[in-house]
Design a protein around this ligand. Structure first.
Ligand code: GLV
Ligand code: MN
Ligand code: MN
Length: 412
């Protein structure tokens, strides 16, 4: 008989983790390497150990959960890696990331309890700092594991300038030993990630399972405009160098990239910081983030180039310095056809309606694609919303997704 997951145990765990970093209104703030994230990671390791599994943390702060007799490529066996992330955006939902990790834990426990035989060694991973909410190095853990060290700063800092060194050490990592967390490409046979869709497609189509065919590319920048602070009541308009007015034009220029100009699919300014942020003071400087997404690499390049041109002209016109920092670039990737077929066959076996769709959100899977074939399973998001407290998925769909993950793991 094919083993089955313990649905109650999975749903209870999802509830329990939703309380870590909970803001009281359903929203969760569990930013990577912040206090709540550390608590969630410790809780995951403890639950795994209680469940008879081994839990370790690598130098990048990734939590890795293995069968006690297994290990990384034990007896030369290649690894079937699966998981997601536990960190969230500020005031995000309880499922983005955590669902894939907790369903993965349920799958690992089911494998151990049933004594199922597998071709590859199953390893669960909770990647560190996927969102980049506090430390603007999204996909931090997966980038290190996949050996993309050259894309990471040597001394990563959060938005207030604090080094990652100490928070990473608190999580059990070690900034000086990142290379020890890199996995050789041939060690990973496949990577699977189960995630909530975060969009409206499955719900609208009345499908329970999404088989992801591609993941969007993404460019993230932080821009700083520096002007001159001054008194809001006494500084004549013609003598001002107000970075706020330039920032407002930048926000509109970003909208324009995906709007009028149609250079990329979507473009967002989601974070703004004003110094000194005082109602009766002209600002001294404004920092803001820009998030560009598209599934075609040249579209992302052209959008970034057009943005740089408008920023240069805005800066020149206003006689203000505009500084641009690239936080991350993630290429769009396709998922592996063999893994897509395995996911589809698992959904069919369970009698679950499914459909193939692209992911507009970013995922650690697109980084792991550098070293291994990847597959992604989606379940519907109620109302299609995510990165907000209202993010939710029906319990039956959460259970269905975990079942598909288990069957896919068993099938490979
Ligand atoms: C990841 O959460 C993203 O922003 O797509
Ligand atoms: Mn997210
Ligand atoms: Mn996510």
């Amino acid at each position: 008989m094919t083993p089955d997951i313990d649905a109650r145990r999975l749903l209870d765990r999802i509830e329990a983790f939703a309380r870590i970093g909970g803001n009281g209104d359903g929203g969760i703030t569990r930013e990577g390497f912040g206090a709540a994230d550390l608590e969630a990671r410790a809780r995951l390791s403890k639950e795994a150990q209680i469940g008879g599994l081994d839990s370790t943390v690598d130098a990048a702060g990734n939590v890795l959960i293995r069968r006690p007799e297994g290990g990384r490529g034990a007896e030369g066996r290649r690894v079937l890696l699966f998981g997601s992330h536990l960190d969230t955006v500020a005031n995000g939902g309880r499922l983005d990331g955590a669902y894939g990790v907790l369903a993965g834990l349920e799958v690992m426990q089911t494998i151990v309890e049933s004594g199922a035989e597998l071709t590859y060694e199953p390893v669960l991973v909770a990647f560190s700092n996927e969102e980049g909410a506090l430390f603007p190095q999204p996909f931090w853990g997966s980038k290190v594991l996949a050996g993309a060290l050259e894309t990471l700063p040597e001394d990563p800092r959060d938005r207030s300038g604090r080094s990652l060194r100490h928070p990473l050490a608190l999580a059990g990592g070690d900034l000086a030993a990142l290379s020890t967390a890199v996995w050789p490409a041939e060690s990973v046979a496949a990577y699977l990630e189960l995630h909530v869709e975060q969009g409206p497609v499955l719900e609208r189509g009345g499908r329970t399972i999404g088989v992801v065919d591609s993941i969007t590319g993404r460019t993230q920048l932080t821009v700083e405009v520096r002007g001159s602070a001054g008194h809001a009541g006494t500084t004549p308009m013609e003598l001002r160098r107000d970075p706020m007015t330039v920032a407002a034009r930048i926000v509109l220029a970003v909208e324009d990239l995906a709007g009028e100009q149609r250079l990329c699919r979507v473009a967002t300014v989601g974070w703004v910081e004003v110094q000194p942020n005082s109602p009766n003071t002209i600002a001294d400087s404004v920092r803001l983030t820009i998030d560009l997404r598209d599934s075609v690499p040249s579209n992302l390049e052209n959008a970034e180039q057009a943005l740089r041109t408008s920023l240069a002209s805005l800066g020149k016109q206003a006689e203000m310095h505009i500084d641009i920092r690239v936080d991350a670039r993630a290429a769009p990737v396709a998922t592996d056809p063999v893994l897509r077929a395995a996911i589809t066959a698992s959904a069919d076996e369970l009698g679950l309606p499914h459909q193939t769709l692209p992911s507009g959100a970013g995922h650690d899977a697109q980084i792991v694609a550098r070293i291994a074939p990847i597959g992604m399973i989606f379940v519907p998001s109620i109302g299609g919303v995510s990165h907000v407290p209202e993010e939710d998925t029906a319990a039956t769909d959460l259970v269905a997704g975990a079942r598909v993950l288990l069957r896919t793991v068993l099938r490979l």
